[in-house]
Design a protein around this ligand. Structure first.
Ligand code: CP
Length: 321
């Protein structure tokens, strides 16, 4: 059995050690706070150019069946900043999946080849959970179709702490394609855990799935607001914009109908509450005008950069006792 395999089986005082991270609901409040504190330390080390090597000789296996800029690069940077390395693929086009190999076999091969952790992005909801059943080493879901994107939710919480000074008791408007956006499916649960007030702004056809809204109410005692009017984002602490997810529409004409649903620009921000920050998981299309990029509250590029310390914190926690 490889060292990596032993990680998954061992008991540990670090409650994240050896675990998979597939869904933000896998984490409780204390585990999230632990990761936030670790991310603070990682950010401090990055800013001081201090060399860290707790993951020396460890290998991250990246399995990206779908495109990515931020998530993939930040995992690659995070493992190297911790003294480890990576292997894997950026597209299934370069793998034996093209010859018909199954996800299960691909995962088995990677986990038995001494990778210490697998990071999977896949177009199918539930692929991360399926992968975990075939892996001897921890699996991180880096986005599964319209399902979940838990590491994005963690970096979003970290962004709130950095930019608003807290990740609780905030008024947050979440805007865009909430039916298909996996980042918001994870974020909504993370925000609920810390008692934030959420307003979901979307065309009725692209609203947050009813099962998530009911879950927030029944299991988190959080009542939320729903509207299609962007005006509801004028009086909040945080505007979390998302793009309309072109790749999830079956017909181009359906995408075209919603593509320009919302844009926030200088005029909109001039009417917004003072101190409001604007976040976006990326990639940004037309929903945020580049003309507001230089406003102090436009934090979406810094938000992407926080992916590195947060993913360093996650990797260290899953891989070191
Ligand atoms: N936020 C996010 O998942 O971005 P990428 O698709 O670029 O990884």
């Amino acid at each position: 059995m490889s060292g990596a395999a032993r990680h998954k089986e061992a008991n540990s005082c670090n409650s994240l050690y050896g675990k998979d991270l597939l869904d933000i609901r896998d984490l409780d409040k204390d585990q999230i706070k632990f990761l936030m504190r670790r991310a603070d330390t990682m950010l401090g080390a990055l800013n001081s150019s201090k060399r860290l090597d707790p993951l020396k000789n460890m290998i991250l296996g990246k399995l990206f069946f779908e495109e990515s800029t931020r998530t993939r690069q930040s995992f690659e940077i995070a493992i190297q900043k911790l003294g480890g390395g990576y292997t894997g693929f950026n597209s299934d086009k370069e793998t034996s999946v093209m010859k018909g190999e199954s996800l299960a076999d691909t995962i088995k091969v990677m986990s038995l080849m001494y990778a210490d952790v697998l990071v999977l992005r896949h177009p199918d909801e539930g692929a991360g959970r399926e992968a975990a059943t075939h892996s001897d080493v921890p699996v991180i879901n880096a986005g599964d179709g319209v399902g979940q994107h838990p590491t994005q939710a963690l970096l979003d919480l970290f962004t709130l702490r950095m930019e608003k000074g807290r990740m609780k008791d905030l008024n947050i408007a979440i805007v865009g394609d909430l039916a298909n956006g996996r980042t918001v499916h994870s974020l909504a649960y993370a925000l609920a855990l810390f008692n934030n007030n959420m307003t979901f702004i979307a065309p009725p056809e692209l609203q947050l799935p009813r099962r998530i809204i009911s879950d927030l109410k029944n299991n988190y005692s959080i009542s939320t607001q729903k509207t299609s009017s962007i005006e509801a984002a004028l009086d909040v602490d945080v505007i979390y914009m998302t793009r309309i997810q072109r790749e999830r529409f079956k017909k181009p004409e359906d995408y075209a109908r919603f593509a320009s649903s919302y844009t926030i620009d200088e005029d909109f921000m001039s009417k917004a509450r003072e101190g409001t920050i604007v976040m976006h998981p990326g990639p940004r299309l037309t929903e945020i005008s580049p003309k507001i990029d230089s406003l102090p509250g436009s934090v979406y590029f810094r938000q992407a950069s926080y992916g590195v310390p947060v993913r360093m914190a996650i990797l260290k926690s899953l891989l070191v006792k």
